[in-house]
Design a protein around this ligand. Structure first.
Ligand SMILES: Nc1ncnc2c1ncn2[C@@H]1O[C@H](COP(=O)(O)OP(=O)(O)OP(=O)(O)O)[C@@H](O)[C@H]1O
Ligand SMILES: [Mg+2]
Length: 361
């Protein structure tokens, strides 16, 4: 297994589109790194540059200590699994798994042993003699994974490998991937646009936007301390609420600290409580209530708000929130996210001037 590094990697496509703007990323040996971001942000481009399927216009790619920037894909010792994997339909699962090794001229007993080990790891023993058409979607997906695994490469690259599966199978295969990683201790770079998949799978998560890296960190750190308005809004479901300065709470300014200028407050729907009108940080009118089984997702509009901005709150299913009722909203002072509105970057309010906690008052 190996470390993977991107150093100042840039990609300008021939049509002039800039898909990577100086990416710096250090993926440690054995790490499960997820690249996540909205469609078109450059995730696949970054992965394809690690694979050698695209050449960076500037910067370097390292696998282990080796500079592979100019090394062709077949000499990089990587295995890539795409969203649209293709199995050989006329071959059995066993033959599909063995194919890559056979093409490399491996000896028959070695191939048989390797196929046996991988089939066992992926729970495919029982279907080895079947053709792909006789498999479920999840089993086919595992065969595609298995074909990458038999080669025992330095690095696995996955580009949205679960997006063809239905929701239930996706969750199951996700858990399988996590177990597999634990067992193999392999270096994995995994691309998804699904923030939930990123949080559940990633040892660390790299959030990308428009060819740039916005934040790199363990899932809970990215969730708890988003580095920007973009990350705060992208990671977490339902999405974070944003308020202009003073709309819900004032920014805790201090005479000692420089004035930050316009600020934006971010509060997650789980960190807002519904309280009696007049007793919270603001009053709001209930707009839509969505039961979600174990909880309610309540959509509200702040009272006296001209811009009609929606606020989302997650509440317990017992909460009494008739549509059109006016209720109070109180936010958890321990879980406020402040951002510089102009740069979008996270800011930390001066400690001495932290806002009084009304819950304890
Ligand atoms: N061969 C190409 N020529 C020109 N532009 C390209 C090419 N390939 C990708 N792009 C553009 O580069 C940007 C990044 O593409 P990329 O495929 O890396 O995005 P992505 O994050 O993987 O998106 P998705 O989640 O939709 O797969 C997009 O705007 C895309 O249109
Ligand atoms: Mg992509």
């Amino acid at each position: 297994m190996a470390r993977v590094r991107l150093v100042g990697v840039e990609k300008v496509y021939p049509n002039g589109h800039v898909a990577a703007r100086g990416l710096d990323l250090d993926i440690t040996d054995g790490e499960f790194m997820v690249l996540v971001g909205p469609s078109g942000c450059g995730k696949s481009t970054a992965l394809r540059m690690i694979a050698g399927l695209e050449t960076p216009t500037a910067g370097q790619v390292f696998i282990g200590e080796r500079d592979v920037t100019a090394v062709p894909p077949q000499d990089r010792d990587i295995a890539m699994v795409f969203q649209s994997y293709a199995l050989y339909p006329h071959m059995t699962v066993r033959e599909n798994l063995a194919f890559g090794l056979r093409m490399r001229g491996a000896a028959a007993p070695a191939i048989a042993e390797r196929v046996r080990a991988v089939a066992q790891a992926l729970g495919l023993d029982a279907v080895l003699e079947r053709k792909p058409s006789q498999l479920s979607g999840g089993q086919r997906q595992r065969v595609a994974l298995g074909r990458a695994m038999v080669r025992d490469p330095q690095v696995f690259l996955f580009d949205e490998p679960l997006s063809n599966l239905d929701a239930k199978l996706r969750v199951e295969t996700r858990a399988e991937l996590a177990r597999l990683h634990r067992r193999l201790q392999a270096t994995i770079v995994y691309v998804t646009h699904d923030q939930e998949e990123a949080l559940t799978l990633g040892g660390r998560v790299t959030v990308m936007r428009d060819g740039l890296i916005e934040q790199v960190g363990p899932p809970m750190e990215v969730y708890r301390r988003p580095a920007s308005i973009f990350v705060g809004g992208f990671v977490g479901s339902p999405a974070m609420n944003f308020f202009p300065s003073g709309r819900l709470l004032p920014y805790p300014r201090s005479s000692a600290a420089a004035d930050p200028g316009p600020v934006t407050l971010g509060v997650r729907p789980h960190d807002l409580a519904i309280v009696p009108a007049g007793t919270g940080d603001a009053d709001a009118r209930v707009d839509v209530v969505e039961p979600r089984g174990s909880e309610l997702l309540v959509h509200l509009r702040l009272e006296g708000d001209s811009d009609d901005a929606e606020v989302r709150v997650v509440a317990s299913p017992e909460t009494d929130v008739p549509v059109d009722a006016v209720v109070g909203l109180r936010c958890d002072r321990q879980r406020l996210h402040w951002f510089d509105t102009r740069s979008g970057k996270r800011i930390t309010p001066p400690a001495s001037a932290s806002a009084p906690d009304t819950r304890r008052a």
